[in-house]
Design a protein around this ligand. Structure first.
Ligand code: ADP
Ligand code: MG
Length: 334
C-alpha cells in the first residue's frame, strides 16, 4: 500500500495506534495542536513541533530569509495559541547546503529573532547539519498553561457557536499571487505578507483561555474544511457552517474578482491563515464576543453551530445546503 492511499492523517493514525501503549498518566500525545506534559501542581507544559522543507513548504525565491525565519517560529507559536498557552522557549534545527550564504542565514535569524522578541520567547537550543540539496527547518516550541485547562479539539458541545478570530483565505490568495507571478501591487503584496509572515494569535488564545465557556479550540493551518473535521472527529459531533458568514478580507474579495479566483475554494480549503477556530457555549457567545471586540478591536466571527452527529459538515449558502468537494491540504493525497 502506498502512503498516498492513506494520506498524512492515515499515517498519523498508525503512529497513534502503535505508540498508544506507552502513554504516561497526565500526558496527552498525538492528535491535538500540542502535546501536554505535567509540569507542577499548578501548570502543564505544552509542546509542539513543525517541519518546513524547501520546495514543499516554501520556495526560496518567493520568501525573503527574514520572512522565512519569522514564519518558521510563527507556525509553532500558533499551535501554542491554539491550546490557549503562553510560549516559554523555542528550539531551532536547520539543515543547509555548504554554499548557503552567511548573510542569508543571518537574515533568517533576524526574522526568527523579531518574532521571538515580540512574545518574549528565548531560543534555547537546536541542531545544525549539512544538507546535500535543499534547506529544512524544524522548530519546537514549549509553552505552559494552567493544569488541566488546555483548550482541546475534543471539547466541542452540542449547540456551541463555531467562531474564527480572523480572516480566512488571505494566505491562499497570497500563495496564488506568488505562484502566478502576479505583479506586487499594494493589494497583492498585502496577501503575500499574510502568506509569508503570518501572525500567531497568541494574545487572542491567552485571552480566550480565561473563559470556561470557550470549549474546543485549534488553529487553522490546513484550511477550515479540513481543520474543523479534526474538532468534529475528536468531539464526536457534526457541524453546520454558513459559508456567507466566513470572514473574508476586502482585499481578497477585490483580488478574487480581478483575477477570477474561486474565492469559495480559497476561503474554505486554503490553509496557513493561522487564525483560531473555536467553539463557544451558545448562551455565552454574545457576552464573550462583545468583550473580545472591546479587547482586540476586531470581531470574533460566528460561522456555524456544533450539532449531534458524526464528524461531517453541512455547508450552507443562502439557507441552502451546498456541496464542498475540496477538503483542505493533505501532504500525501494529490
Ligand atoms: P498541526 O497542523 O496543528 O501542527 P498536524 O496536523 O501537523 O498538527 O498533526 C496532527 C497531530 O499529529 C499532532 O498532534 C502532531 O503532533 C501529530 N503528528 C504528526 N506527525 C507525527 C509524527 N511523525 N509522529 C508523531 N506524531 C505526529
Ligand atoms: Mg495546529
Amino acid at each position: 500500500m502506498k502512503l498516498g492511499e492513506i494520506g498524512e492523517f492515515g499515517f498519523i493514525d498508525r503512529i497513534t495506534d502503535m505508540f498508544g501503549d506507552l502513554q504516561h498518566e497526565g500526558c496527552m500525545g498525538i492528535g491535538d495542536d500540542c502535546a501536554i506534559i505535567p509540569c507542577n501542581e499548578q501548570e502543564d507544559y505544552l509542546v509542539t513541533t513543525d517541519l518546513l522543507i524547501e520546495d514543499v513548504h516554501f520556495l526560496k525565491h518567493n520568501i525573503s530569509p527574514e520572512q522565512l525565519g519569522y514564519k518558521s517560529l510563527a507556525v509553532n507559536l500558533s499551535d501554542i495559541a491554539a491550546m490557549g498557552g503562553l510560549p516559554v522557549a523555542s528550539f531551532l534545527s536547520v539543515s543547509v547546503t555548504t554554499d548557503t550564504s552567511v548573510e542569508y542565514l543571518d537574515a533568517f535569524l533576524k526574522g526568527y529573532h523579531k518574532l521571538s522578541a515580540k512574545y518574549g520567547v528565548p531560543l534555547l537550543g537546536g541542531d545544525t547539519t549539512k544538507s546535500k540539496s535543499s534547506m529544512s527547518i524544524s522548530v519546537t516550541v514549549i509553552g505552559k498553561c494552567a493544569k488541566g485547562k488546555a483548550k482541546l479539539r475534543s471539547a466541542a458541545e452540542n449547540d456551541d457557536i463555531i467562531c474564527l478570530t480572523g480572516f480566512v483565505g488571505d494566505s491562499a490568495g497570497g500563495l496564488s499571487v506568488l505562484l502566478n507571478k502576479l505583479p506586487l501591487s499594494k493589494d497583492n503584496e498585502q496577501l503575500v505578507l499574510c502568506h509569508n509572515m503570518p501572525e500567531p494569535h497568541i494574545n487572542e488564545g491567552l485571552w480566550l483561555f480565561g473563559y470556561e465557556d470557550i470549549h474546543a479550540m485549534m488553529d487553522v493551518s490546513d484550511g477550515i474544511a479540513s481543520d474543523l473535521i479534526h474538532i468534529l472527529k475528536a468531539s464526536a459531533k457534526s457541524a453546520e457552517i454558513d459559508t456567507e458568514k466566513l470572514p473574508v478580507s476586502g482585499t481578497l474579495k477585490k483580488l478574487a474578482v480581478k483575477n477570477k479566483w474561486n474565492i469559495d475554494k480559497l476561503v474554505v480549503s486554503g490553509g496557513e491563515d493561522y487564525v483560531l477556530l473555536l467553539t463557544v457555549k451558545n448562551e455565552s457567545f454574545k457576552k464573550i464576543s462583545e468583550l473580545f471586540r472591546s479587547k482586540f478591536k476586531k470581531d470574533l466571527y460566528p460561522v456555524g453551530t456544533i450539532m449531534e452527529g458524526s464528524a461531517d459538515i453541512k455547508w450552507l449558502k443562502a439557507g441552502k445546503e451546498i456541496n464542498i468537494k475540496d477538503h483542505g491540504f493533505d501532504h500525501f493525497i494529490e
